[in-house]
Design a protein around this ligand. Structure first.
Ligand code: 5GP
Ligand code: ZN
Length: 114
């Protein structure tokens, strides 16, 4: 997608602090972190949201989840607990329509979320 912010980050046309990369996924720090660890995990292939990612049906959703956990281990938050969030649709607060998992940790996370 030519006009997608996260496609541009994947293409390295826009800089980001990349913390993990696989053949099919990229993880980079959120520009406006909501926790000490706040990393976004995206598939390199463009899918607008989690529903579309689920429909991709080629193991890509699995790759994104595996990368999210690898990031949590790398960031040192896996043992204490972390949260993986897919805001899906405007009503849930999604603002960038290239699917991304938020990996949040490093502070107590309350429930329910806002
Ligand atoms: P959403 O609201 O769609 O669930 O999450 C989008 C996230 O992308 C937000 O947490 C926002 O801070 C982050 N974000 C927006 N623009 C940029 C950017 O240019 N670079 C990075 N690293 N994060 C961004
Ligand atoms: Zn995209």
């Amino acid at each position: 997608m030519t006009d997608c912010l996260f496609c541009k980050i994947v293409a390295k046309e826009i800089p980001a602090e990349i913390v993990h990369e696989t053949g099919r996924t990229l993880a980079f720090r959120d520009i406006n972190p909501q926790a000490p660890t706040h990393v976004l995990v995206v598939p390199k292939q463009h899918h607008p949201d989690a529903a579309a990612l689920a429909r991709a049906d080629d193991g890509l959703a699995d790759d994104v989840l595996k990368t999210a956990h690898a990031v949590a281990v790398q960031e040192g938050v896996a043992e204490g607990g972390y949260r993986v969030v897919f805001n899906t649709g405007p009503g849930a607060g999604q603002t960038v329509f290239h699917v991304h998992a938020h990996v949040l940790g490093g502070r107590p996370l309350t429930w329910p979320p806002g």
